[in-house]
Design a protein around this ligand. Sequence first.
Ligand code: G3P
Length: 218
Amino acid sequence: MIPPMELYIDTANMDEINEAAALGVLDGVTTNPSLIAKEGVDFHTRMSEICAVVSGPVSGEVVSLEHDSMIAEANDLLQIADNLVIKLPCTVDGLKACKTLSDRNVRTNLTLCFQPLQALMVAKAGAFLVSPFLGRIDDIGGDGMELIQQIRTVYDNYGFTTKILAASIRHPLHLVQCALLGADVATVPMKVIKQMMHHPLTDKGLEGFLADWNARKQ
Ligand code: G3P
C-alpha cells in the first residue's frame, strides 16, 4: 500500500506548531538554525517543547561542520526525545555523520540538498529523510520541481527508502506539484498551510448556500 503524503510544519514557533497540530493532520516538524535564531530561544529547550506537542518526527539541525563534532552534537540532541531526527547538511562530513548515525539506527534528515547526486549519496548512507530546497532553486532561476522529479526517479529506480521531504516551499502550487510528483513529505510554513484549505469559490459558494437557506420559505 502506498503511504499518504506527510505534512510537516517548517517553523520553531510554538504558536504556529500548536495551531498546525490542532488541524489534526500534522505529521512532523522541521527546524533549522535560522528558524531557532528567529525565536530567540534556547535550542534544546525549544526542541524539547516541540517534541512534547508533536509525536511525529521533529528535525533539529547540528551546527558543527566536522564529523566528530556533528556526532557529539547529535548525541546531546538525542537525549531530548525519541522522536528527534538529526538534521545534517549535504556535505562530505554530513554524509559520513549520516552513515555513522544510520548504522546506530538514528534517523537523519539531510538538508540543503540541491542536486540529485547528493540525494543518491545520502540514500546510500541510510538517510531517513532528504530535504531538497526547491524554493531556493526557483529563487535563482532554476527549476526546483525538476530536482524533486529527478530524486523520485533515482530512488524508485533502485528502491531507496529515504523519504523525499520537499522543503523551501513558498506557495500552494509547489505543494500541488510535489504531490503530483510523489514527494513523500512536504515541510510547509504556516502561511502556506493556511492557504491549503482556502479557495474564494468555496467562500462564495458557502455564502450563497447560507443566504438561500436563511431566505427560504418556512
Ligand atoms: O527548513 C528548510 C527550508 O524549508 C527553508 O526554507 O524558505 O528558508 O528557503 P526557505
